[in-house]
Design a protein around this ligand. Structure first.
Ligand code: BG6
Length: 482
C-alpha cells in the first residue's frame, strides 16, 4: 500500500535542548524521515538551541553523527542528508539568562509557522516560555511543545500550566504523550468510531473486564537515578496507560476535533473511582541469572520504588459500572508486549458441555510489537466423537493486512507533524493532565503513608505473584505476556 504524504506548511522549528538525548534519538531522526518522504518542505528550517558554545557547522556535524547512529539509511543517501542538513541552524541561548535571545529572534522568519520544542527539564519550561514572550519571539500563532514528565504530582503540574499559560494560550500548547502518536493507539479510535460492530457491545452489559498491559523487557537503562525518584506509577500509569484506558472507555465524541476528543477523555478520568490499596500491586525486579536487580540498576540499595504496577480500576459511570479495568506495566518483564484485551461475558445460557480452560470471547488489540487485532471465538472442534468446543483466533496484523513494508512511522514523527498542522487531538490538554494527577496522587500517597515495600519479581518474569492474585480472586486471569 502506498501511503499518501501531504507536505506540511513551511515552518521554523526551534529545538531547545538540541544537543540532548531526545533530540538526537527521536526528534531529529523523526524530522529526517519526514523530510525524506517529502512531508517536511524544503522551505522548513530547524534551529537548534542549547547552552553549548558552537557554530552552525559544528551543530550540523553533531546532527549528522546522530543521524548516522539512529537512522542507518541516512548514511546511504548523502544527497538527501546534505539537503536536510542545509535546513539546520544553531543559536546559543542561555535559557535562564538574557544571552542569545535577540539573536534567536533575528533568525526567525515572520511568514512561516513558528514552533518551539522544549526538550529540556520541566523546571526550565516557565523560564523559556517567559523569555520567548518577553523578547517578542513568540507570536500569537506560535506553538510550544513540551515533553513529559509534565509534573510530579497535581501541584507541580498546575504550576507548570500556570507558567506556560502566562506566555501562551492553551491552543498553542502541545503536551506530548508519545503513546498517542503510536499508530495502533490512534487505531483504537478508528476501531471504535469507524465501525458499527463494536459499539452495541462496548459496555458493562457485554464486557466482563478489560486488561491493559504494557510490558517492557528492558530495565531502567542508565536512567536509574531519575527513575528511582519517579517509579512506574508516575512514569507509565498516570500518562501512557491512562491514555489507553481513556481511548477504550470514552464516549464517542460528537466530532473528531481536538476539544471534542479531549472533553470525552477528561470525563473518563473524572469518573474513575478511588482505588483501594488492596487493588494495587507494586513490584520491583530481583536479580536473575545475568540480569541485575532493580536496586543495582538504580544504584540505590534501599530503594522502595516500583518498577511494576498492577491495579484494578473501576469507572463509575453508566457504561462501565461493574466492568473492572485491570492495568499492568513493568520493566524487565519476560517480553516487550503491549496490548489491550476486551474480554466479553459468557453467553447467558450455555447449551454445550463445559469447556475446560474456556477463556471466552475477547478482542485483543496488540499495540507493539506485531501490531494487529485478534478476535477470540469459540467453535466446534472438527471431527467425530461428540460435540466439543475449541477456542480459535481470528488474527490479523496491520502489516500483512495493509501490505506495509519497512519502517513504520515513529510516534514522534506523527506528533511533530501535527504541531505544524496545528492539530492538538493527540496532545494532552492542561486539564486532562491535572485530572490524571488528581487521580494518581491519592494512590501514591496511600502507599507512601503505609510505608509499603514493593513485592519482588524475577527479572524476565511476568511480574509478582500478587499481581496474578489480583485477577484470581475475581475468578479471572491475565493473558500471558509473550
Ligand atoms: C517513557 C518512559 O515515557 O516510555 C520509559 O519514561 C518507557 O520508562 C517508555 O520505557 C516506553 O515507551 P515505548 O514507546 O518504548 O513503549
Amino acid at each position: 500500500m502506498v501511503s499518501r504524504v501531504i507536505p506540511v506548511a513551511p515552518f521554523d522549528l526551534v529545538i531547545f535542548g538540541a544537543t540532548g538525548d531526545l533530540a538526537r534519538r527521536k526528534i531529529l531522526p523523526g524530522l529526517f524521515h519526514r523530510f525524506a518522504v517529502g512531508q517536511m518542505p524544503d522551505a522548513a528550517r530547524i534551529i537548534g538551541v542549547a547552552r553549548t558554545d558552537m557554530d552552525e557547522s559544528a551543530f550540523r556535524a553533531d546532527v549528522q553523527a546522530g543521524l548516522s547512529e539512529f537512522v542507518p539509511q541516512a548514511a546511504g543517501n548523502s544527497e538527501m542528508l546534505s539537503r536536510f542538513l542545509d535546513r539546520i541552524g544553531y543559536v546559543r541561548v542561555d535559557a535562564t539568562g538574557d544571552e542569545g535571545w535577540s539573536a534567536l529572534r533575528d533568525v526567525l522568519r515572520a511568514d512561516v509557522v513558528r514552533a518551539f520544542y522544549l526538550s529540556v527539564a520541566p523546571s526550565l519550561f516557565g523560564a523559556i516560555a517567559a523569555r520567548l514572550h518577553d523578547h517578542g519571539i513568540a507570536t500569537a500563532e506560535s506553538r510550544i511543545v513540551v515533553e513529559k514528565p509534565f509534573g510530579h504530582d497535581l501541584d507541580s503540574a498546575r504550576a507548570l500550566n500556570v507558567d506556560l499559560r502566562q506566555s501562551f494560550d492553551e491552543h498553542q500548547i502541545y503536551r506530548i504523550d508519545h503513546y498517542l502518536g503510536k499508530e495502533t493507539v490512534q487505531n483504537l479510535m478508528a476501531l471504535r468510531f469507524a465501525n458499527s460492530l463494536w459499539e452495541p457491545l462496548w459496555n458493562a452489559t457485554h464486557v466482563d473486564h478489560v486488561q491493559i498491559t504494557v510490558a517492557e523487557s528492558l530495565g531502567v537503562e542508565g536512567r536509574g537515578e531519575y527513575y528511582d525518584r519517579v517509579g512506574a506509577m508516575r512514569d507509565m500509569v498516570q500518562n501512557h496507560l491512562m491514555q489507553l484506558l481513556c481511548l477504550i472507555a470514552m464516549e464517542p465524541p460528537s466530532r473528531f476535533t481536538p476539544n471534542a476528543v479531549r472533553d470525552e477523555k477528561v470525563k473518563v478520568i473524572g469518573s474513575l473511582e478511588a482505588t483501594a490499596l488492596g487493588d494495587i500491586v507494586r513490584g520491583q525486579y530481583r536479580a536473575r541469572g545475568d540480569e541485575k536487580s532493580y536496586r543495582d540498576d538504580a544504584g540505590n540499595r534501599a530503594s522502595r520504588t516500583e518498577s511494576f504496577v498492577a491495579m484494578k480500576v473501576n469507572i463509575g459511570n453508566w457504561r462501565w459500572a461493574g466492568t473492572p479495568f485491570y492495568l499492568r506495566t513493568g520493566k524487565k518483564m519476560r517480553a516487550r508486549s503491549s496490548e489491550i484485551a476486551v474480554v466479553f461475558r459468557d453467553p447467558p445460557h450455555m447449551i454445550f458441555p463445559r469447556m475446560e480452560g474456556r477463556r471466552g470471547n475477547a478482542l485483543i488489540i496488540r499495540l507493539q510489537p506485531n501490531e494487529g487485532i485478534t478476535l477470540r471465538n469459540t467453535i466446534k472442534e472438527p471431527g467425530p466423537g461428540g460435540f466439543r468446543l475449541a477456542e480459535v483466533n481470528l488474527d490479523m496484523t496491520f502489516a500483512d493486512a495493509l501490505d506495509q513494508q519497512g519502517d513504520p512511522q515513529d510516534a514522534y514523527e506523527r506528533l511533530i507533524m501535527d504541531v505544524f498542522r496545528g492539530d492538538q487531538t493527540l496532545f494532552m490538554r492542561g486539564d486532562e493532565v491535572e485530572a490524571a494527577w488528581a487521580w494518581a496522587d491519592p494512590i501514591i500517597a496511600q502507599w507512601e503513608e503505609a510505608g509499603l515495600t514493593p513485592s519482588g519479581y524475577d527479572a524476565g518474569s511476568s511480574g509478582p505473584e500478587d499481581a496474578l492474585m489480583l485477577m484470581h480472586r475475581d475468578a479471572r486471569r491475565w493473558r500471558e505476556i509473550e
